[in-house]
Design a protein around this ligand. Structure first.
Ligand SMILES: [Cu+2]
Length: 119
């Protein structure tokens, strides 16, 4: 990890964020400084199942799957995350500080997979 490098990269224009061509059928972008993408977990699936964001971006995973518990996590050499148990109705933010392609998985439902491309 070279922090100098990371800091330099963070200065990339955030305006490039929205050009990722992602169709987010969910949620509403409300003019926040940083775009926040909303991911549904209905039917034991992430919707959308794939998303592209820029470094420093945040996605929000919403457990809108009735009374089911989910448990989102990322286990990669570059970046790890663990939501703990996601209670029904809860919202979990994940901010990606580094670039790369990441799988968000569910510890309870092995078939659930969300691919996040961070540029
Ligand atoms: Cu799950």
């Amino acid at each position: 990890m070279k922090f100098g490098n990371t800091i330099r990269r963070l200065r990339l224009p955030l305006a490039a964020v929205v050009t990722a061509g992602v169709s987010v059928g969910l949620g509403t972008l409300v003019g926040l400084a940083l775009p926040q993408y909303s991911i549904s977990q209905k039917g034991r699936e992430f919707h959308p199942g794939e998303i592209a964001i820029t470094r420093g971006g945040t996605i929000q995973i919403v457990n809108d799957d009735a009374d089911l518990l989910h448990h989102a996590y990322i286990d990669s050499p570059k970046f790890s995350f663990d939501s703990g148990d996601q209670q029904p109705g809860s919202k979990t933010d994940i901010t990606f500080p580094v670039g790369g392609d990441f799988d968000v998985l569910c510890a309870i439902h092995p078939k659930m997979r969300l691919v996040v491309h961070v540029k």
